[in-house]
Design a protein around this ligand. Structure first.
Ligand code: VGL
Ligand code: ZN
Length: 203
């Protein structure tokens, strides 16, 4: 079976949000048009406590974009985003959610960030996504959402490592692009790791 994995399509990653991805909202109709093609749909949700260690404001003297150590790995400091129960953490109202089987929340431990929908950045904690998909008989995953150069990329790389045939839909993702070219770099990394990169028309 083939599953659609929708990564972090939440207000804080959309235009007007705390960590907005430019044109991030453009992917919502594309994702909605893909959903009827799948028997199994799951989503991930960035879901941080207010004191999360990835927020620059929780590190006195540090700024957004600075690098620190968190959970034993390098951590980029972000603006406060996707705080549990806040509007910014909600899925966009235009995104169809009625056929989703399950939502996997991540980034809940303040001591470590979690870009991937499967594991935290230090690969200590497991969201249960891999076992869930395998128990459903999924062998192929199609991944879409935000952001292409962070959570989508690490979800794709972990999906490959977990043995799934993994496809990224290029017009159903957008990048933060802290550095110009980060989107292309991420696409290359995912492709080199074994992901198929396609356009939604080809699905
Ligand atoms: C993300 C930065 C921090 C993402 C989440 O969803 O790509 N990026 N938290
Ligand atoms: Zn986050």
């Amino acid at each position: 079976m083939k599953a659609l994995v929708i990564v972090d399509v939440q207000y804080d990653f959309l235009p007007g949000g705390a960590l907005a991805v430019k044109d991030g909202d453009k992917i919502i109709p594309v994702i909605n048009s893909l959903q009827p093609k799948f028997d199994l749909i799951v989503a991930t949700q960035d879901w941080h406590p207010a004191d999360h260690g990835s927020f620059a404001s929780n590190h006195p003297g540090k700024n957004v974009g600075d690098i620190t150590q968190l959970g034993g790995v390098d951590q980029i400091l972000w603006p406060v985003h996707c705080v549990q129960e806040s509007r910014g953490a909600e899925f966009h109202a235009d995104l169809g959610t009625s056929n989703w089987t399950k939502v996997f929340r991540k980034g809940t431990d303040k001591e470590v960030d979690s870009y991937s929908g499967f594991y935290d950045n230090n690969r200590q904690q497991d969201t249960g996504l891999a076992d869930f998909l395998k128990n459903k008989g999924v062998y192929e995953v199609v991944i879409v959402g935000l952001a292409a150069d962070y959570c989508v990329k690490f979800t794709v790389l972990d999906a490959i490592q977990e043995g799934f045939e993994t496809t990224l839909v290029k017009d159903a993702t957008m990048a933060v692009n802290i550095q110009e070219g980060d989107f292309d770099k991420a696409l290359q990394e995912m492709h080199q790791a074994g992901a198929q990169i396609i356009l939604s028309d080809n699905l």
